[in-house]
Every structure is written in C-alpha cells, then in structure tokens.
Design a protein. Structure first.
Length: 80
C-alpha cells in the first residue's frame, strides 16, 4: 500500500509550484504584451478612426478612458 502524503507537504509543494509557474507565466505575458502593443500600433497606422472594437479596447485600456470618450487625437498621441 502506498504511503499517504500529509496535507501540509502537498500544500507546500503546490505553493512552491505556483511560485515557479507565476514567474514563468510572467515572462511569457510580458512578451505577449509587447507583441500585442506592436500589432495594435501597426493596425492604428494602417486604419482610420474609428477603429475595430479590438483596437479601441486596447486604446481604452492604455489611456484608462472609456472607449466612447476616446478621440482621434488621443489615439495619435498614444501611438507617437
């Protein structure tokens, strides 16, 4: 019969694994954010106002402003 692991040791292992996973995911997310920023800026350069919902959502998040309140000048200032 296999020996049962105590709850404390399982929790310690899960906590340690979570710490490692969080660091790894953080690096991956930083790369993904940089790629997304470049892609959105490219789309803004090619398109004209008003942009697609995905682009407007990104602009809104960057400016910390509701999409309805975002103006073309705001977008141009963001891309510069």
């Amino acid at each position: 019969m296999a020996q049962r692991m105590s709850t404390a040791s399982r929790m310690d292992r899960a906590r340690a694994n979570g710490r490692v996973t969080r660091v790894e995911n953080g690096h991956r997310k930083r790369k993904e954010r940089a790629t997304r920023d470049a892609r959105m800026k490219e789309l803004i350069g090619k398109g004209k106002f008003p942009y697609t919902p995905a682009v407007m959502s990104w602009v809104s998040a960057k400016l910390d402003k509701r999409t309805a309140l975002v103006t073309e000048d705001d977008v141009k200032a963001l891309v510069k």
